[in-house]
Design a protein around this ligand. Sequence first.
Ligand SMILES: *Cc1c(COP(=O)(O)O)cnc(C)c1O
Length: 408
Amino acid sequence: MSPEHATTANTSSVMSSYGRLPVAIERGEGVWLWDVDGKKYLDAHGGIAVCALGHSNRPIAEAIADQATTLLHCSNYYTIPVQEQLGTELCEIAGMDKVFFCNSGAEANEACIKVARLHGRKAGIENPSIIVMDNAFHGRTLATLTATGNRKIQAGFEPLVPGFVRAPFSDLEALEKIAATNKNVAAVMFEPIQGEGGVNPAQQGYMSAVRELCDQNNWLMMVDEVQTGMGRTGKWFAHQHENVVPDVMAVAKALGNGVPIGACLAHGAAADLIQPGSHGTTFGGNPLACRAALSVIEQLKSGNLVARAGELGNRISERLKSKLENSPGVVSIRGRGLMIGIELDTPCGELMKMAMQEGVLITVTADSVARILPPYILSDAEADDLADRLGSMVIRFLEKNTAVAEPA
Ligand SMILES: *Cc1c(COP(=O)(O)O)cnc(C)c1O
């Protein structure tokens, strides 16, 4: 979120890490949120791609209530049966072998980065490097902000962490050039569709080409599916659109539908690099979070909601495209499933406020991309309503903007 949305008075005791919109959210149900004044909002933001099953989801509420009176926490010194069960489920849907549980997307990526370093050092590289992409977003810890391809996020936190090499996104040739000259590379890390970077999908064929390049060079292929994962794009994980299996994958956001949980999954030899003592977390994989995530997976399966997310995404995209086809200010409408970006030819932070005033919650990312990440439980009518309202808002925003930009 950009700082221009700061609220008026800063009387809060909470650090100003976010320029918050001037609204206080009190409760939610399904795809709807209500503020403290009772105003209702269609939540097309889903808590940043988190609330895939919507708000106040009954089965999750019941699962965590039950778990709260059974066992909240015991630490990873012991076997945790619900954690084992979730690990098995998650590995099965992902086609991966093992998982490390943590509490957020950034922590999941930290684990991926540590796995890459272990892999590199095992291969005899003294200073292993990870290739990361322009416009990537991987989190706000020191290593993940270093991996992030956005100077605004890094500025002020130097010295950054060594061991990263930058490449343009979705450019295979650039990776081949690095392969030919840099013998310190241990892994490539990227988002199948860049989220915070502006909803930028990798070109068709990129992921399978990267897979091949990784095999040729003994690099780990690491995908950050924190935003794209858990069904959002119409497959359980976005890399599955190309039928590739990564070596390492980060998942978080929708995994717990709002209960904090992240995971680093690994396949093949990469799955055995973490050994006792090499990584750890107090809260990661605790029984409460695991119960919530188990309920998420169960509901996504039983409701066939992964395919539904794909269908709903097509429906909304098509409708937006036809509504906006005569708007020259619209650069492109892109994404996959329920991860949709509308790029405008002008910065559109204002659009977020305008939508909020009109009772729709969206975000703007990369300055000029309006983005929606709605829950997968939208009805057809709600999806159409969202597309229509968003489409008209974009048209009105562009009209207003042109009127201001052109001298009288
Ligand atoms: C949100 C996000 C992260 C960071 O997740 P946190 O839970 O905020 O730490 C990392 N990678 C991607 C692709 C994300 O969208």
